[in-house]
Design a protein around this ligand. Structure first.
Ligand code: SF4
Ligand code: SF4
Length: 275
C-alpha cells in the first residue's frame, strides 16, 4: 500500500489524496470482504516503502513490549518528520536502506515480527478514517458524526478478493483497534488543533513539549517527578499515585498537560502559594 494510505489511517485529520485511491465510504453496519494471511500472493508487500506513522499509544505499547525506554525506542526504530504544511512533528517507523526498503520490523517471509503489538495503522488497514471538518466547533457538531470511515482499495492488495466478510465493527474488534482508538482520541484532537494553527519554526518550545508528552513518555515522567511541576500545579494525590505506577494513565495526564501548555485549556490549574 502507498504511504499516504497508512498516514491517513493513523491521523484522522490528514487529507487523503482521493485520486490515488479507491475510497469507499462504509457505515458501522456496512459489510466488506477482506482477508490477509500468509497465503495471499501479496503477503508482506505492503510492509515496504511506506510511512507508518505512530501514535502515542503505539509507542507506549511497542517500547513496553520491547523492554526499552521511550527515548531508546525512538532512536532505534523511528524517524521524526513534520506533517506537510502544518509543522506538526510526527514519528514514523524506519524503513531499511536495503531489502527494498522493508519496514524495520519485517522479518523476511515470516512477516511482522511485532504482530501482537503492531501499530494501529497496520491493524486498521484497509479501513481508513477521516474527520468531516476539524475546524467546526463541538457545539456545531453536536449529535452529528465527526468522522467518516472508508475502505481503501489499492491494486497491490489482493486481500479484497478473499471471501471472508466483515462489518466495520467486527473488523475493528478482531484487529483490537477500538481501545487503541479511544486511548488516542485526545492526542488526535490536539493534532487537529495544531494543524489548524500551523506550527512555525519559532515555536521550538511548543514543538519540544509536544514531542516529549506525545512520544517520549519516560522523559515526560522524569519531567513530572523530578522538576517542580507537581508543586506548581494542583494535582491530587490519587492522580500522582496513578501516574507513578501506570503509564497509560501517565499518557492521559500528558495529554491534559499538553492541552494546558499549548492552548491554555483543560483541567490543569496553577497552585497558588497560600493554598
Ligand atoms: S509494523 Fe509490522 S505490519 Fe506494520 S509495516 Fe512493519 S512489518 Fe508491516
Ligand atoms: S492482503 Fe493487503 S494488507 Fe495483506 S499483505 Fe497483501 S497487500 Fe498487505
Amino acid at each position: 500500500m502507498s504511504s499516504t494510505a497508512k498516514i491517513s489511517n493513523a491521523l484522522k485529520h490528514t487529507e487523503v489524496n482521493q485520486k490515488n485511491f479507491n475510497l469507499k465510504p462504509i457505515t458501522p453496519e456496512g459489510i466488506f470482504s477482506f482477508g490477509c494471511h500468509p497465503g495471499v500472493s501479496c503477503f508482506n508487500r505492503c510492509c515496504h516503502e511506506i510511512d507508518v506513522i505512530l501514535t502515542p499509544v503505539d509507542i507506549l505499547k511497542m517500547k513496553t513490549e520491547l523492554n526499552l525506554r521511550s527515548d531508546e525506542f525512538l532512536k532505534q526504530y523511528t524517524t521524526l518528520q513534520k506533517l506537510k504544511g502544518t509543522g506538526v512533528p510526527l514519528v514514523k517507523l524506519q524503513m531499511r536502506e536495503n531489502s527494498n526498503r522493508a519496514c524495520i520490523f519485517l522479518d523476511g517471509e515470516k512477516g511482522c515480527s511485532i504482530y501482537h503489538f503492531r501499530p494501529l495503522v497496520c491493524r486498521s488497514y484497509p479501513l481508513g478514517v477521516a474527520s468531516l471538518d476539524p475546524r467546526q466547533s463541538e457545539s456545531e457538531n453536536e449529535g452529528q458524526p465527526t468522522e467518516a470511515r472508508f475502505i481503501i482499495r489499492e491494486d497491490i492488495c489482493m486481500g479484497h478478493r478473499e471471501p471472508k466478510t466483515w462489518t466495520l465493527k467486527e473488523w475493528m474488534k478482531d484487529q483490537g483497534t477500538i481501545g487503541m482508538e479511544n486511548d488516542n482520541k485526545s492526542w488526535l484532537e490536539i493534532v487537529a488543533k495544531l494543524k489548524a494553527m500551523k506550527m512555525g519554526e519559532k515555536q521550538q518550545h511548543e514543538i519540544s513539549t509536544f514531542i516529549m508528552a506525545s512520544y517520549d513518555l519516560d522523559t515526560f515522567q522524569q519531567f513530572v517527578f523530578k522538576s517542580s511541576m507537581l508543586t506548581r500545579f494542583k494535582v491530587d494525590k490519587k492522580t500522582i499515585e496513578l501516574i507513578r505506577s501506570d503509564q497509560l494513565e501517565l499518557l492521559k495526564f500528558a495529554m491534559e498537560w499538553l492541552q494546558f501548555a499549548l492552548f491554555g485549556e483543560g483541567s490543569f490549574a496553577v497552585q497558588l502559594k497560600d493554598e
